[in-house]
Design a protein around this ligand. Structure first.
Ligand SMILES: Nc1ncnc2c1ncn2[C@@H]1O[C@H](COP(=O)(O)OP(=O)(O)O)[C@@H](O)[C@H]1O
Ligand SMILES: [Mg+2]
Length: 428
């Protein structure tokens, strides 16, 4: 591999000293002398222009001395590692040089081996330092902060059918909602068999179990530490790692936790299981949208109808519950499927919000590599349809011209949940 050369700037007022250094450095193929200056001021100007990795800086120069120049460079060209050079090897000089931000010190004239070794070591330090700086800048950008005026939309991805593609839809929707400046959280609420972590190849240090424990006094630092960030910047709260650990998650606290995380995100996508229990009802209530994921099959139509009539009995506005048809095969039985889609739309009394084609290969490819489908070939099915679904969702949730943002209106008041479940299913 061709290593990047170490760019070096020489600053010394004595021409012979500059030339000697230049000659010595020219022997080594990984060094490149990008410029030479005869004083502090010129050195700073050249450093700004050439952005060297290393500045070999003499201390005693007539215009601006090396120590002042070094402290100016620390501010204006922080990526340059300054190596101070002086005939005086006194402790006081060395101390002042290091204080000014110099990375190392050489006595003049430096022994050749020492010169080479010092240049390489400081260049290496500067490189790892710049990696760290870039990393911390990225972390800083990703840091979650509460934003009081943020409208957070909870999107519940639900299906009465197991294996309909809830997790596939939820992970890809969350990934597709990500864009610069948008904060998205994906929560795996399939507490026993949640597999969002597997779908995205995440190794969480902590799961919903740990966050639920502190739900009563959550602070932003804890949330920042616990929520794993996918490479895309998407935050993920994974389900317990083992099914038996689900019992450590009191289901009543899950909606409370999501409520508390609201101010930190623009979208919270919730991947659910098929059960309709208290937790599911509370999540439905808090959602701006419920995506009802169905496959175009007869049993799915029957279950879909039951689920939709449940939503109706909860008195949600019509646009709150949307139909997402998944695993739709366009070829083979084109006509039959077309009928199936229209049958779904007719029975469920709404247009399909999204129709996601069946594509075993692409879906499996993505899952096996722990990436989202939408991360690859964005113009091809099914990535295209998944991205279009995210776009429609964003558009449909954007504040309307008059009537301010309606997330409030869409949330049905949580009314005595204990009795609701019984009433819904005709019990007590
Ligand atoms: N559009 C699709 N095309 C092909 N396979 C799909 C599609 N959507 C989901 N699958 C596959 O179906 C299976 C179940 O999907 P999953 O998202 O885990 O469903 P759920 O979360 O509803 O149980 C998975 O193996 C997944 O890879
Ligand atoms: Mg699932």
């Amino acid at each position: 591999m061709a290593e990047k050369k170490i760019k070096i700037l020489i600053v010394d007022d004595i021409p012979e000293a500059r030339e000697r250094l230049q000659k010595l450095l020219a022997f080594e193929s990984d060094f490149e002398v990008v410029g030479m200056a005869s004083g502090g001021n010129e050195g700073i100007a050249l450093a700004r222009e050439y952005l060297p990795d290393i500045v070999l800086m003499d201390i005693n120069m007539p215009d601006m001395d090396g120590i002042s120049a070094a402290s100016e460079l620390r501010r204006s060209v922080p990526t340059a590692g300054v190596i101070m050079m002086s005939v005086q090897g006194e402790a006081e000089y060395i101390r002042r040089a290091l204080q000014a931000g110099a990375r190392d010190f050489l006595t003049k004239p430096p022994p050749t081996d020492e010169l080479y070794a010092t240049v390489r070591r400081v260049a290496e330090d500067m490189r790892s330092l710049s990696v760290l700086v870039a990393q911390s800048e990225r972390d800083e950008k990703r840091k979650l902060e509460v934003q009081e005026d943020r409208t957070t939309h909870v999107i519940a991805v639900y299906s009465p059918q197991g294996g309909a593609g809830k997790t596939t839809i939820a992970t890809n929707l969350a990934a597709a909602l990500m864009r610069e400046g948008t904060r998205v959280l994906l929560v795996d609420c399939d507490l026993q068999f949640g597999d969002v972590g597997v779908f995205l190849n995440l190794k969480p240090q902590a799961t919903i179990v740990e966050l639920i424990k502190s739900v009563d006094d959550l602070d932003t630092d804890l949330v920042n530490n616990v929520l794993v960030a996918h490479d895309s910047g998407l935050r993920v709260l994974t389900a317990p790692l083992r099914p038996e650990d689900a019992e450590y998650v009191p289901t009543a606290k899950v909606p409370l936790l999501i409520e508390k995380l609201r101010g930190l995100f623009d979208y919270i996508v919730v991947d659910m299981n098929s059960r309709v229990d208290e937790m599911a009802l509370a999540l439905f209530d808090m959602a701006s949208r419920i995506l009802l994921v169905l496959n175009p099959t007869l049993p799915a139509l029957k279950n879909g109808l039951a689920a939709m009539s449940l939503m109706d009995s909860l008195e949600y506005p019509e646009e709150k519950t949307q139909l997402v048809l998944n695993r739709v095969t366009p070829d083979l039985e084109r006509s039959k499927v077309a009928i199936a889609i229209s049958a779904f739309e007719q029975k469920l009394r709404r247009k399909a919000f999204a129709v996601i084609p069946m594509d075993e290969k692409k879906v499996l490819f993505a899952v096996n590599r722990g990436i989202s489908i939408v991360a690859k070939d964005r113009n091809q099915s099914p990535a295209r349809e998944l991205i279009a679904m995210a776009d429609s969702l964003i558009a449909s949730l954007a504040p309307k011209e008059e009537a301010p943002a309606s997330s409030q209106q869409l949330q049905a008041p949580a009314k005595q949940p204990a009795s609701r479940l019984g009433r819904l299913f005709g019990g007590g």
